[in-house]
Write a protein that binds this ligand. Structure first.
Ligand SMILES: [Zn+2]
Ligand SMILES: [Zn+2]
Length: 350
């Protein structure tokens, strides 16, 4: 079923405002906290249930599901993982409730801190930095497409233990008279290190490239709050594509590296260190389903897709940028002219 949040004042749609960290109605300006709105909504649903099952059941249509917009009645087309979207007809923010409840309910969310205007500003500044960035990337119609997206993540708690043995040396030199002496001391080192890693994130979305999401970190956990549906109103969101189990291998590779680094960092003050043997044991304690805020802009340029992403909490940017062949050509001509002029001057001087 589809859930939208109505303004208690005027009935228009309410959205989460990242600046105020509250729900705001753009129409009449009413605002309230997420908790207050959840209270109102719970009453509404109860009432509607009494009257009739007025929510439409989805029709299955290939990979897509069709819902009816409760506001204008238009058909809302969602793919099988969409959990928050907009009605393409009336623009009303709409949440697919069955993908946000039961086992699909996120337990935590970091609400957006950076709003659309700020995201657009940051994008413009980023695009300007590249002198070879094609002009299509600056157009207002491109910038307008920037999208706030709650990306599904798993946050893992792990206990890790590593046994490590290494051979190390300490080398010192001494000069006595005409002789220089080199002393090499040899050491056998063993370590047994145990560490707890809390909330190591891994994105669980098929669409988002893993390496890009890794680079968008860190998310600051001081803003991690209990999940409430209204936070998603006005953004896009998806249900996880991969379960916590599916992602285990990827996360364990990462934690193995962490525990190795942690252990290795305890060995200090030697001239050489040679690791001979390591043995690690990982113990998964917990995996929590959380949504992280990301601004996304996809640009297509010469048959290729370029992804701009911005951490919706910290403002960190991860993006790749195409190089415009035309702009490149101007540069090469420029360089060629400069070189030619220099050659001419040198030639003239001789
Ligand atoms: Zn209103
Ligand atoms: Zn609609």
């Amino acid at each position: 079923m589809i859930q939208t949040y109505e303004c208690p004042g005027c009935g228009a749609a309410m959205q989460f405002d990242s600046e105020k960290q509250k729900m705001v109605c753009d129409h009449c300006g009413t605002s309230c906290t997420v908790e207050e709105l959840e209270d109102i909504r719970t009453h509404d649903v109860e009432r509607e249930d009494e009257v009739s099952g007025s929510f439409s059941e989805p029709e299955q249509n290939g990979e897509f599901k069709v819902y009816k917009c409760p506001s204008c009645g238009a058909e809302l087309l969602t793919d099988e993982h969409t959990s928050a979207t907009f009605c393409s007809f009336c623009g009303r923010p709409s949440l697919v409730e069955d993908r946000l409840s039961g086992v699909s309910m996120p337990s935590r969310v970091i609400p957006f801190k950076i709003n659309k205007e700020q995201a657009k500003e940051q994008y413009r500044a980023w695009a300007k930095k590249g002198i070879l960035t094609p002009s299509e990337f600056y157009s207002n119609s491109t910038i307008e497409k920037i999208t706030g997206m709650y990306v599904p993540f798993w946050l893992y708690d792990y206990n890790a233990r590593m046994e490590l043995s290494a051979e190390a040396t300490k080398v010192r030199h001494e000069t006595r008279g005409d002789y220089r002496y080199t002393y090499t001391d040899h050491y056998m080192i063993t370590r047994d290190v145990e560490a707890d890693y809390d909330k190591i994130p891994a994105d669980a979305s098929e669409k988002m490239p893993d390496d890009v999401m890794d680079k968008l970190e860190p998310f600051k956990y001081e803003d991690l709050t209990a999940f409430e549906m209204p936070y998603l109103s006005g953004y896009y969101s998806e249900k996880y594509n991969y379960t916590a189990e599916d992602m285990s291998q990827r996360i364990e590779k990462r934690i193995r590296k962490y525990i190795l680094d942690t252990t290795r960092n305890t060995i200090k003050g030697y001239t050489t260190v040679n690791i001979r043997h390591t043995n690690s044991r990982l113990n998964k304690q917990n995996a929590e389903y959380a949504l992280m805020p990301v601004w996304v802009l996809n640009c297509r340029y010469k048959e290729k897709d370029y992804l701009f992403t911005l951490n919706g909490q910290t403002g960190k940017i991860v993006a790749d940028r195409p190089v415009s062949k035309e702009k490149m050509a101007i540069w090469f001509v420029g360089i060629a002219v400069v070189v030619f002029v220099i050659l001419m001057i040198i030639g003239f001087a001789f």
